[in-house]
Design a protein around this ligand. Sequence first.
Ligand SMILES: OC[C@H]1O[C@H](O[C@H]2O[C@H](CO)[C@@H](O)[C@H](O)[C@H]2O)[C@H](O)[C@@H](O)[C@@H]1O
Length: 554
Amino acid sequence: MATDSDPLLSFLQRVQSDALRTMGPTDFDPKLYVDLPLKTNLSIAVSAFDSLPRRSGTIPISEFNKFLKEFFDEAGSDLVYAELVDFKPEPEGFLVKVENEEMRKWALEVHAIWKNLSRRVSDKIKKRPERHTLLYLPGTVIVPGSRFREVYYWDSYWVIRGLLASKMYDTAKGIVFNLISLIETYGHVLNGARTYYTNRSQPPLLSSMVRDIYMRTGDAELLKRTLPPLLKEHSFWVSDIHQVTIQDQRGHKHCLSRYQARWYQPRPESATVDEELSLKLTPSEKDAFYHELASAAESGWDFSSRWMRNSSDLTTTATTSIIPVDLNTFIYKLELDISTFTKITGDNSTSQKFIESAKSRKVAIRSLLWNPNLGQWFDYWLDKHDAHQGVYYWNPGSQNCKIFASNFVPLWLLSQYPDSDQLIEEFDEDLTSLRKSGLIRDYGIATSLSNTGQQWDFPNGWAPLQHMIVDGLANARSKEARSLAEGIAINWIKTNFAAYKKTGSMHEKCNVETCGEFGGGGEYIPQTGFGWSNGVVLALLEEFGWPRDRDVSC
Ligand SMILES: OC[C@H]1O[C@H](O[C@H]2O[C@H](CO)[C@@H](O)[C@H](O)[C@H]2O)[C@H](O)[C@@H](O)[C@@H]1O
């Protein structure tokens, strides 16, 4: 899986690195260079590149631009616009509870953005895959937007939630079929549909996409078609590299999963950044650091103090030493979903098997991640000193008691399995731990309480985190929970509305402190589009509506 074994990627990384020297760091996006489609055979482009004049190791800018124009098509040109067959400007039954005219007009504009974000892979890729880092997919997808030109795994869950509100069931199913095609080829859903993402996945939400589509359409064929790939995906997440055994204080062994990429090099899409960050490290430390960064990218939280031993030093990222609350919640749900789907399709023995798997994971989460004194779930740090013959021994001091929005992700299960055996029985109904956490701010739920400059930290709020917690609380038994959920949703919608009115765009993340301000930090400039933000706004408007007399401004 090294880039050496992928000649195109190795070459594009050389181009990327020379581009940085030529263009300089201002507004430099390394991903652009690994997304460039080749116009000619690789060997011809490589020899032309090697013959470019270099002054003190730097290619003159005019020569560089001439070379790029001659040998590459534009980044993203290998994805073409795709017509959305089920798009209607105002679908029947669209957001019936949104009565306010201004809000409704905006919701229809957000709905119309699906057309701008819809793509299919160009036929060129089928003919000459070796000229592209983009991977072939059979159908239409919705991309996040801007630099994120390809489909992403966990983003697609919230895109689908929005498409369901937009009544676009065929487009939603089409996205699922594309992700399934990745499982069929690679054994797991990739982080995104590029060759440089094959070493890792992203939070496993395929079964959630299928379940939500099934709940709206009753399409049992969809369940039949997705079950074999979902079983493969489950094996991936409980495989050797992901699964860890931990023995608790009473001697009971539990299995839980962690993020772990199969990658020990700079991420090709950010190689210049990773190399720069690792300058002070020794060669073996560098490999370990690159591995931890790619594993953090698998978590979707790239990057965050959540994975760092020292929150001001990214080189202390230690993702693979952490058992994450959210990942295990998603796998627990995957197990419940598989059990539900197999029951519907008449395979009772598989259904029973997955009920048992889910039960064991629930016991593990309650024993190791739940903290009854603090009333929330915490990630668990694995310490190699606690390990003996492949088993980690429980250490009560190893729960990471810092506050992150992920500590409350299990609440999402309230909306997904309201009547079944819940993980959240012990969560306090008066919501004290959530209210007192400091995460709920004026304009959304903060990702963490640490302002580290990383994008998955304070003061950023991300659409998926708002949605999971709000969706869970909205379906809780208590009235207080529902009203807290509605309050968070209203403020989140208002800040997205204000940012859209100010900038003309939907944003990837928002600043939860200031109305209408988009988020920042991290390794790339803030992006617009934006798949999951649009999906979450539409899903929340569908759930809570907007009365005629409610103000739209903050
Ligand atoms: O190029 C840097 C990283 O960008 C991606 O991560 C961010 O965008 C994704 C698409 O919206 C999103 O799924 C992820 O949660 C974001 O942090 C990419 O997924 C990373 O692998 C990549 O290194």
